[in-house]
Design a protein around this ligand. Sequence first.
Ligand code: M6R
Length: 367
Amino acid sequence: EKGGFDHFMLKEIHEQPKAYRDTMLGRIDASGRKVVLPGLKLTDDKIRSINSIHVVACGTAYHAGLVGGTAIEQLVRVPVAFDVASEYRYRSPLITPETLVIVVSQSGETADTLAALREAQANGAHVLAVTNVVGSSIARDADDVIATLAGPEIAVASTKAYTSQLIAFYLLALYMAQVRGTKSPEEVAHVIAAMQSLPEQVESMLANTDAIKTYAEQIAKHEHLFFIGRGLDYAVVQEGSLKLKEISYIHSEAYAAGELKHGTLALIEEGIPVIALATQDSVLEKTVSNIKEVKARGADVMAITHEEHVAGLLRSVDQAFAIPQTLPLLTPALSVVPLQLLAYYASLERGNDVDKPRNLAKSVTVE
Ligand code: M6R
């Protein structure tokens, strides 16, 4: 049942290239230059009338929403707000019929996310669900569904659901950009082409995991560590930190790299591991400055970056791990993979029950 893997989590990490392909299947037209979303009820007129978007979810699905909502904001130029579902309806969010509410849920059964969906509908919003289970409560109640085709996810720690949620969001963002004309057909085609390379790029990363495994064995000895990043890297390290906490029980914080010096830098001391995700070219120099701040206080820094930046970064960090090159917007679909593996191998090294971490359930049906 685990297909030759020791754990469901590792199997599911390895199923990601297929999950990417399946989630794209039938949603890119024959020319390979246009996104089509068969069955979508959102009309073009409705897409043109949307003036705000709320992305609401829990846990890993929320983290996928952070990346996905950012992609929509960048490509479609509509303001996007992000909420964890357990907070959403208690803050009286401003919801109107021109609000598109996107709920994200692997299981489609998460109680808080379902309650957020109902609150949004009661206020007249169109609710679109990104979910992996088409017969779920959330899929049934939503006005629209974009299914992720990750296949069943058994491990409590979510992996392939997160990455296929990213793919679903990229498709939705491109689709909305086509309708609203915020990206030219050439720009859309360029992003689609890069998306189509992602599965193979993930395969290449999964073929060579020794460096991450060795690093995981190193961090497994620590009780605390930090992840830092800027922009989309910050969104991805939040997911990396959750994954690590969830199954290795190592305490970690994911911090916006530029925010460290506003207090948390006080916690950086000799030998503490800091994992810096530095893939976003537009803020790379700034991230390097933040890396230098933690290095100066004795941190042991591991950078994850594109191959072309490894040599440069090695002047400021202790070790670096390279991921394949893609568009900045799509990088999360690659950069999360080493973080998933890091959590997996750290959990393994600590002798934990990888697939069934303590205190947690796969589906959270209580508020
Ligand atoms: O089924 P959902 O996507 O709605 O679940 C949301 C969270 O409970 C879930 O992502 C949780 O954070 C995972 N165990 C994280 O790996």
